[in-house]
Design a protein around this ligand. Structure first.
Ligand code: TYM
Length: 284
């Protein structure tokens, strides 16, 4: 049987990257995979960086409210707080004892987080984070995992861990989970201040992301100030023009048009018109 599982960290209000990359897919899957859908607010993962206790508590509630507002319906899916189910940690230990260090050394996320996040230091939790994520998925023998592209490396590791377990014990105990990316090639939404970094809840520059709770004025202001370059034409060239390409990506993801169609719509127009158009698409 098909079973959908995914998770989100309660480290702040979800942003447009979370919505485009994951949450709107979660909402859709409730309709197609009825009763076999689980979404977890992964508070244990959030503890890999320092959390003020009361703020974390509030963020868990806020994240729940935001998910409901986005269309996650507890009648159609199971929504739960990870730390309320102690088996996630238990399975994590069992899987940890089967996972070579070398596999974790290859993970890019803890390295970059450890390097850029001055709230944290590289602790064992941050390092072992992907094993807890594997435990989340394998605990429920989940088969389909709707995530943004930034989580693919973690999912590959989950498959490797499942495979190792199965072959060591000679049974097909854990099914191999497969990623479900949202449509299009642009699942990775980048920061509005630095288009070479992904849009992130933990970025301390608020102008770098659009939170789903932002007012129309805030959205307008943030998009207007989004970093582009000194060419005013609208093109989609992620390597050469990451800023404007990120805006085209967002426009494409939210309007259902391909990036080529968006570029065509804005031929002969300037970046500022794309920005105004994007603000409208975000608000609609
Ligand atoms: P988290 O909380 O960072 O993000 C939640 C979801 O949003 C996606 N996402 C993005 N998509 C596109 N562009 C972006 N800029 C962007 N930023 C975030 C993420 O890919 C994710 O799908 N490790 C996970 C949480 C997790 C999990 C799991 C996921 C824990 N256990 C088991 C799936 C299955 C994380 O930190 O997501």
């Amino acid at each position: 049987a098909q079973r959908v599982f995914s998770g989100i960290q309660p480290s702040g209000v979800p942003h447009l990257g979370n919505y485009i990359g994951a949450i709107r897919n979660w909402v859709q899957l409730q309709k197609t995979c009825g009763n076999n859908v689980m979404y977890s607010i992964v508070d244990l993962h959030a503890l890999t960086v320092h959390q003020a206790p009361l703020l974390l508590k509030r963020n868990i509630k806020n994240m729940t409210v935001c998910l409901l507002a986005c269309g996650i319906d507890p009648k159609q899916s199971i929504v739960f707080q990870q730390s309320q189910v102690p088996e996630h940690c238990e399975l994590m230990w069992l899987l940890s004892c089967q996972t070579p260090n070398g596999w974790l050394n290859k993970m890019t996320q803890w390295k970059s987080k450890g390097a850029t996040d001055n709230k944290s230091f590289v602790n064992i939790g941050l390092y072992a984070y992907p094993i807890l994520m594997a435990a989340d998925i394998l605990l429920y023998k989940a088969t389909h995992i709707p995530v943004g592209a930034d989580q693919l490396q973690h999912l590959e590791l989950t498959c490797d861990i499942a495979h190792t377990f199965n072959s060591r014990y000679g049974v097909e105990f854990f099914p191999k989970p497969q990623p479900l990316l949202s449509e299009g090639k642009n699942q990775r939404i980048m920061s509005l201040r630095n288009p070479l970094q992904k849009m992130s809840k933990s970025d301390n520059q608020e102008m770098a992301r659009i939170d789903i709770t932002d007012t129309p004025d805030q959205v307008h202001n943030k998009i207007r100030k989004a970093v582009t370059d000194c060419t005013s034409a609208v093109t989609f060239e992620p390597e050469e023009r990451p800023g404007v390409s990120n805006l085209v990506s967002m426009y494409s993801a939210l309007s259902g048009k391909t990036t080529d169609e968006v570029v065509e719509d804005f031929t002969g127009k300037e970046t500022v018109e794309l920005k105004d158009g994007l603000t409208q698409v975000i608000m609609s």
